[in-house]
Design a protein around this ligand. Structure first.
Ligand SMILES: [Cu+2]
Length: 439
């Protein structure tokens, strides 16, 4: 029974592949050719749509009124804990940053009330949504600003699908930087189209928060010191829980001042959509890293065929560091002499940082006092020591038999690199010798 199902499944996949690529049967990739595994459909082949999971966040509830989907967003100050012991004064929607994910379907009529509980005006722009000009939410251009205490209503019909966004178009510099943004996901009406088993949405943000303070500085333009996935830093970021064989989509949105090259380990993925909607499969690009430009979204999809704990992070190395890693005097290679001993006498607990690199900070950070309400330079505890990345970092946990609602702990199966005391290498061979022996 099982093998029959498997056979049906794989032949369905190859028909799917040939239809999409328009290739003859003779040109079909062999079973060993895994380059087309991205066309493998979701294992979940029936039922309703797969809901979007916003890690450390949620979707926005709605009610139906005469066939219209009615939502309510409240713009307001929000206290957000980026990680235990580090609470930040943000602005957001409905008590959170990013704001709750709006989910709707192609063809839906939506009505969205926006109440302003901020100390200044605001508006909401529906980024990427094709709608009547007067619903576009640009303060001064298409509507007056929504004053403090006022409520505006937007209403339009959704004529597209994809990973879109919402954000203010008033005092953008302050409001977006303080965390006012959210996903606007429009699903295809037919649930079978582009079905995935797991569908995640991660909003990027970057902040400047002086260690020991709680309010981000929105006037900072380039030199940020806190980098977040859904306004959390690792180890405060929820892991992405996935079952082996699942077809996974991760939607990434970026309204920061930098592009962010988002990278996954142990898999390749395909870029399958932008904030202008889905990309046709023949144009999907295989990647290990996708640069998410400013003011854009990217959808990535992969088949989770490699169980383990896989790092998922921004590849700009400073963007996986936290507050204390930035703006220090450079001591690399400096002979610090007896400076440490003198410091110990003068101000116990102070460290000379960096003469041999910053890596050892990971072992020291637990012992070092940091200012109240701040995060250390580095990440969190792993099964083999400190994971020295924080910021835009999370873990994709792939298991054969996972309960989506429960963190399975650390992965321990399979071969693992280990420490050795002697080195055994094959006798050195020049390329020429190798060539000669092979012919
Ligand atoms: Cu980045």
């Amino acid at each position: 029974m099982f093998s029959r199902r498997k056979l049906l499944f794989s032949s369905a996949a190859s028909v799917f592949g040939s239809a999409l690529l328009g290739r003859s049967a003779a040109a079909q990739p062999s079973a060993a050719d895994t380059t087309h595994s991205h066309l493998k459909p979701a294992r979940r082949s029936s039922g309703g749509r797969t809901p979007v999971i916003t890690p450390n966040g949620t979707s926005l509830p709605y009610r139906m009124e005469n066939g219209v989907k009615v939502f309510h967003l409240t713009a307001e100050p929000v206290k957000r804990e980026f990680v235990d012991g580090f609470a930040v004064n943000c602005w957001g929607y409905n008590g959170m940053t990013p704001g709750p994910t709006i989910e709707a379907f192609e063809g839906d009529r939506v009505r969205i009330y926006v109440t302003n509980k901020l100390p200044e005006g605001t508006s909401i722009h529906w980024h990427g949504v094709i709608l009547p000009n007067g619903m576009d939410g640009v303060s001064g251009l298409t509507q007056p600003k929504i004053g403090p205490g006022e409520t505006f209503v937007y209403e339009f019909t959704l004529k597209q699908t994809g990973t879109l966004m919402y954000h203010p178009h008033f005092d953008e510099m302050t409001q977006i930087a303080l965390g006012m943004h959210g996903f606007f996901v429009i699903h295809p009406r037919n649930a079978a189209v582009r079905r995935v088993d797991r569908d995640f949405a991660i909003f990027l943000n970057e902040w400047f928060i002086k260690p020991g303070t709680a309010t981000p500085d929105p006037t900072v333009m380039l030199d940020f010191n806190v980098f977040t996935f859904n306004s959390r830093v690792f180890p405060g970021t929820d892991p992405l829980l996935v079952r082996t064989g699942d077809r996974v989509r991760i939607r990434i949105a970026n309204l920061t001042m930098d592009s962010h090259p988002i990278h996954i380990h142990g898999h390749k993925f395909y870029v399958t959509g932008t904030d202008a909607g889905p990309i046709q499969p023949s144009a999907w690009i295989p990647e290990n890293t996708v640069n998410v430009p400013v003011g854009a979204t990217r959808d990535m999809e992969f088949v989770a065929d490699n169980p383990g704990d896989w790092a998922f992070h921004c590849h700009k190395s400073h963007h996986v560091m936290n507050q204390m890693g930035h703006g220090l005097p450079n001591l690399l290679g400096v002979d610090a002499g007896n400076t440490q001993a003198r410091l110990d006498a003068l101000t116990p607990g102070t460290m000379v940082m960096g003469p041999t690199g910053m890596g050892d900070m990971s072992e020291m950070q637990g012992m070092m006092p940091t200012p109240r309400n701040s995060i250390a330079m580095l990440g969190g505890a792993g099964p083999y020591g400190t994971i020295d990345m924080g910021g835009m970092f999370t873990i994709v946990k792939i298991r054969d038999d996972i309960d989506y609602g429960r963190d399975p702990g650390w992965y321990s199966s399979g071969p693992r690199a280990y420490r050795v005391n002697s080195i055994s290498t094959p006798e050195q061979q020049s390329p020429h010798q190798h060539h000669a022996s092979g012919s």
